[in-house]
Ligand binder design. Sequence first.
Ligand code: ATP
Ligand code: MG
Length: 434
Amino acid sequence: MSKPEASQKRIQAIRGMNDLLPDQSALWQYFEGTVQALMQRYGYAEIRTPIVEQTALFARSIGEVTDIVEKEMYTFDDRNGDSLTLRPEGTASCVRAAMEHGLLHNQTQRLWYQGPMFRHERPQKGRYRQFHQVGVETFGLDGPDIDAELILLSARLWRELGLMEHVTLELNSLGSSDARAAYRDRLVAYFEEHHELLDEDSRRRLSSNPLRILDSKNPAMAEMLAGAPRLIDHLDAESREHFEALTAMLDAAGIDYVINPRLVRGLDYYSRTVFEWTTAALGSQGTVCAGGRYDGLVEQLGGKPTPAVGFAMGIERLILLLETLELVPDAARGELDLYLLPMEDAAIGAALQLGERLRGELPGLRAQLHCGGGSFKSRIKKADRSGAHLALLLGEDELARGTATLKFLREEREQLSLSQDALAATLRDLLPIA
Ligand code: ATP
Ligand code: MG
């Protein structure tokens, strides 16, 4: 092969799409493992769908006049000329799959998923073009009890991760579609009175999606928005009852929340309950989990009317939050317990076998074998650099006597010489092994 030209640029990853590097993967696995166990404990089953769908699925569900569909989707024609889109979120795919496989037929579903999502946004801290979500979707349940369960489930996750005191639950109700239509008219009238204060985006949304104007972060509009009529004051009776029952359940469960009448969410398909968990610790990318009820979506996509409620959380933001708040537990640092160090080539076979024996006896043990030989000094140096707590040395002496030498790499402490039969018990005492 010829050498690449010096002038040829090395190919790099796509902007806003990140590699997950080895020094971070233990933390992701800790997060993902915690989530997976949590879902099992609440009786939610995982669903996996393709990351590409027909473009029409997202256009029809998320709504034509949303940030996502208007400007954030990765859409392309495949070789057959079909318009495909990298999924920007998980709900639409989940509904599509559930309908396609008859999962909504006279039954309820509690599903969860996890995986990459794609949005062509301006990359910044906590906002990427490929990012990852964990999401939950439930179908066939229309009461406030399931809304409450979703909030309790997410609250348990925050508690387990140590995040509870750093997040706030914001709640709102968007009412029924009739109530929303009536409210929409009032809101448009109000915005028309204040037309001169609307920015360009908002003027455009005035006819297409005026509720989204409430969500604007433009400080010049803040005062005007604060005076706008509130949907929560104009709810239909059933939605009001639903919302009051939900807040009563949260009160009884000891979950604090703030009612935010301007919480409307960026997607069109929501009705009734909407909520967000936010944090002040991540700057403007402060929403770590968001969701709500979308009772109309299944029907909108051609199915039978089916109540549904769900949420999605952004994994990158939660990982960032754990790091920022220094809440990464030792077990999520991916550190080695033991470095198995044959001190000469004659000890390699014994080190391999002892490693196998210890991994069998101590399933939680994280042990790495020194490979590649080297001088005495370089072997010890590699052991130090491995980050392990202990090195297990095997040399001529040890082989002759059936012993092993344990060297403490992270503390000033005399090394121990032990019979190989006693090793597992000693390691269990010395190491924080699960
Ligand atoms: P935002 O207001 O921050 O743009 P959103 O309303 O677009 O969020 P959702 O579509 O509700 O977000 O997605 C749920 C969660 O996924 C968000 O709360 C956030 O944690 C995460 N998320 C959304 N977009 C991104 C992104 N581009 N990069 C990283 N995480 C994201
Ligand atoms: Mg967004």
